[in-house]
Write a protein that binds this ligand. Structure first.
Ligand code: PLP
Length: 377
């Protein structure tokens, strides 16, 4: 028997109020009872996305919706820009390549944000570019990209801007409409405080026009089907009923708190986490660190062992590095239902694991640094 603390950037812990809804008996999805819940959830999602556009729900993890945002907008041979700053940004390019879409890369080195002016330059020299694909909070590195600045640039062209906000939404301040984002995709298992399996997508009018000329094959993820079903508060195929019922509760809780306060909480936990890392000599990896996950460099001799020992000995799950960053960084999430006490537990146990691995530190220093930030804000 062991108590578990989930401090990973997806999945994230689920509040008991939401978990209880997930345990309720299934209701049928072609009923008025479900339609009432669906309608309420669809409205609530607009608030979380900060948009007037409809938000659609698909049954998939986030990546399924990323793929849908390629096949519904493009045709084989189309040109796009992928502005990647890490593993998840690279996923856009991989999906595009699978479908025969030509990718112009505007990549940033891992740890740095993408450059809006580089995107602007590529757009100027490649007028056929149909869409710019990028990532809001790049979970693999802990970087936040300046979506507002990119939106400003892309909105002046015929291209549309597509943003993976899978980990960023609900944790980091985001305004789909004000920042001129055309397509926003997200998923249930990060800031939304829900189990994995449900994904979200919202499209601007400009993006809907682009869907009309798209010729890539699609059936299950055809946005037109979802748009039609939304009129009767339904999905075209059986939705994950349980997740949508539970999402109603999660949205109720988020609304009660107020999205601005949710953003502020994540910002504070991010600041506390950065101070905690620095206090024990761990350098922050991200150049413009996001509010939903904190990444720090760890010595390579011990880097590959920290995550496993932390989980097996103390029940605390954090994430390591992905790809080239494997064994080189650790990542602490602070989004969704992760709170102040969780962060304190995380750092206290991290210190013990580091001690065990022979890393020199003064016990309690990271915890004190976190406490300092939390007390003074
Ligand atoms: C988690 C994550 C994804 C992948 O989502 P899945 O639900 O695992 O498919 C994509 N992009 C970002 C930024 C993420 O954090």
């Amino acid at each position: 028997m062991k108590k578990h603390y989930l401090l990973t950037p997806g999945p994230t812990p689920i509040p008991p109020e939401v978990a209880l809804k997930e345990a309720l008996p299934i209701i049928h999805h072609r009923t008025n009872e479900f339609a009432v819940i669906f309608k309420d959830v669809a409205e609530g999602l607009k608030y979380l996305f900060q948009t007037k556009n409809d938000v659609f729900m698909t049954s998939s993890s986030g990546t399924g919706t990323m793929e849908s945002a390629v096949v519904n907008l493009l045709s084989a041979g189309d040109e796009v820009i992928v502005a990647s700053s890490g593993n998840f940004g690279d996923r856009w390019a991989k999906i595009c390549q699978v479908y025969g879409v030509t990718v112009h890369n505007a990549n940033a080195p891992w740890g740095k944000p993408v450059s809006a002016s580089e995107i602007e330059k590529i757009l100027k020299t490649n007028p056929k570019v149909k869409a710019v694909y990028t990532t809001f909070t790049e979970t693999s590195t802990g970087v936040v990209n300046d979506i507002k600045a990119i939106g400003e640039i892309v909105s002046k062209t015929d291209a549309i801007m597509v943003v993976d906000a899978i980990s960023g939404l609900v944790g980091q301040e985001f305004h789909m409409d004000d920042w001129k984002v055309d397509v926003t995709v997200s998923g249930s298992q990060k800031g939304f405080m829900l189990a994995p399996g449900l994904a979200f997508v919202a499209l601007s009018d400009k993006a809907w026009k682009v869907t009309e000329t798209s010729k890539l094959p699609k059936f299950y993820f055809d946005y037109k089907k979802y748009k039609k079903s939304l009129l009767t508060s339904e999905t075209p195929f059986t939705p994950p009923v349980t997740l949508i019922v539970a999402l109603q509760e999660a949205i109720r809780m988020l609304k009660e708190k107020g999205i601005e306060n949710v953003w502020a909480d994540c910002r504070l936990l991010a600041k506390a986490s950065r101070e905690g890392m620095k206090a024990i000599g761990l350098e922050i990896f991200a150049e413009s660190p996001c509010d939903v996950v904190t990444s720090a460099k760890v010595p390579e001799e011990i880097g590959g062992k920290i995550v496993k020992i932390l989980r097996e000995k103390y029940g605390v799950s954090i994430a390591g590095g992905q790809g080239d960053l494997k064994g080189k960084i650790i990542r602490f999430a602070h989004m969704g239902y992760i709170g102040k006490a969780d962060i304190l537990v995380g750092f206290a146990c991290l210190e013990m694991v580091l001690c065990e691995l022979g890393y020199k530190l003064e016990k309690g220093k990271s915890v004190a640094a976190v406490q300092e930030v939390l007390l003074n804000n």
